[in-house]
Design a protein around this ligand. Sequence first.
Ligand code: F6R
Length: 289
Amino acid sequence: MEVIIQPEETAAARLVARIIAKELRANPHLVMGLATGRTMEAVYEELVRMHNDERLDFSLCHTFNLDEYVGLRPGAAGSYRAYMNRHLFSRVNIDARDTHLPDGTASDLDAECRGYETLIQKFGGIDLQLLGIGRAGHIGFNEPLSALRSRTRVKQLTPTTILQNAPMFGRPGKVPRRAITMGVGTILESRRCVLLATGREKAEIVAKAVEGPITSMISATALQLHPWCTVIVDEAAASELQGGAYYRWVFANEPEWAEFRLKRPRGRAPARSGARTTRSPRRRNRPPA
Ligand code: F6R
């Protein structure tokens, strides 16, 4: 696992979008696993900008979303299909037939879940899985005690998740109680995982997910088992991490990340009037104490 700390939310979302764009340019047939939620909105906004300004092409890729509420028609306002259409699919050149979400209105939900797994396999598995993290540590809707080898299935949502998602529905009573979600095992099979978390309210759970013991009580801890998982956080979400200095040092020095590091402004910073000009200590390439 790698952790990248960005100065603020926009920079963190942009970095995620740049990683996706790089993968998509290298492989236009990329199979992307997508997430919804407030955190992802900035990522999709940046992907749309790249599509408009930098000709980022989505015409050959395929997408599989992590989850969908049970009982909501795809067109329903709170459905994740509607979210994806609004934030990404209707704004880039992707064919709707190449975008996949579980059908939460299927008459046989178990068959729908099995079919979703089969479809992912048919496309050769997920190349890049985008993830957010819930306040109780879920990835997808893998609520506490989700088996670490679980597959796509129906899950009952916890009160924490219902409260977290209530703003999208107006009030908690309107949030569907169940959802179809890819399993932890399904997610762990993707070739690469990128998790984005921003804001102070995610700091405690990010620290547990990254640095705590692996436990089915916090499904995001399972990502510690993934061979290529990048966790991208802003300063606020990083504020309870113990290893911040080490993570920053790796990001500053790892050649793989060179093209993703924020460019420092050229030239000397203008001296403030009356202030003495001092040289700032060199921090960048120093290993953590
Ligand atoms: C949604 C999903 C969830 C969210 C998580 C964070 O498809 O998979 O795991 O990523 O609940 O949601 P926000 O970003 O709204 O805090």
